[in-house]
Design a protein around this ligand. Structure first.
Ligand code: BGC
Length: 256
């Protein structure tokens, strides 16, 4: 399938987990891709290798998405080295668990800066270039079921994802006339490094699995398939929506 032939994508947090799977899948569908890394260049290089193996071109760029200049540079590198930037996947994300009354300013800033401020200004840089070039584009945000559903002891994470939900809705209206679509993917529990602690501890994992009607964690490749759809012409008329992929978790209210 080459639904994305001739397209260029920036996928943040593409050194591991969902981001890595998305970069690889977009390349399999024909896109070239900018891969970023903050700390782990070797992991990001593995993503580049996968993209090249899939027949795509790839550029590796150091970026901390919580720094505005790094966001602008990521988009600039896509245009300079790959000739365009048509698809932006705001995937980089972190979570720090704490009781609400113990949340520090440092942890609040860390979560909001990566999950929300980074996505906000990266999107701004992405849109400015497309507007100047008069080209259409696709924005796909990696949100979470927690843009809607409570996650006690993760108030900063929930706040960042709730903000991303409203940003997506707002931008779908503001950017529609530019031919730019904006959608969120809201994964439930996916088997990625963000869930390392959860996956290693049956006391945490077993109750969660009992709450997931499909009885398992999701796979990064499954999220990547949805991202590829949203990036493709098949989703040309889709904007302003959140796509939940959670094995039924959100719908599973139960009286214990
Ligand atoms: C979080 C995971 C959590 C999952 C389901 C995700 O957004 O990153 O830590 O397991 O939601 O609650």
């Amino acid at each position: 399938m080459s639904r994305l032939q001739g397209k260029v994508a920036v996928v943040t947090g593409s050194g591991s987990g969902i981001g890595q799977a998305i970069a690889e899948r977009l390349a399999q569908e024909g896109a070239d891709c900018v891969v970023d890394y903050r700390d782990h260049v070797e992991e990001a290089q593995a993503t580049v290798d996968k993209i090249v193996a899939a027949g795509g071109k790839s550029v590796l760029v150091h970026a901390d998405v919580s720094i505005l200049a790094d966001c602008t540079n990521l988009i600039e590198q896509a245009w300079q080295q790959l000739g365009s930037c048509d698809i932006l996947v705001n995937n980089a994300g972190i979570e720090i668990g704490a009781d609400f009354w113990d949340v520090t300013e440092k942890d609040f800033d860390a979560v909001m800066d990566v999950n929300f401020k980074g996505a906000f200004f990266l999107t701004q840089a992405f849109v400015r270039k497309l507007r100047d070039a008069k080209k259409p584009g696709r924005i796909i945000n990696m949100s979470s079921v927690h843009e809607d559903m409570v996650f006690p002891h993760f108030s900063t994470y929930c706040a960042s994802k709730g903000a991303m939900r409203m940003l997506m809705r707002d931008l779908s209206v503001e950017l529609g006339p530019l031919g730019i679509t904006v959608n969120n993917i809201a994964p439930g529990a996916i088997a990625t490094p963000i869930n390392t602690k959860l996956m290693a501890d049956p006391k945490l994992l077993d109750p969660l699995l009992r709450n997931i009607p499909l009885g398992r964690l999701g796979k990064p490749e499954e999220v990547a398939g949805l991202a590829a759809f949203l990036a493709s012409d098949d989703a040309a008329y889709v904007t302003g929506s959140t796509y939940v992929m959670d094995g039924g978790l959100m719908r599973n209210y139960k009286e214990q």
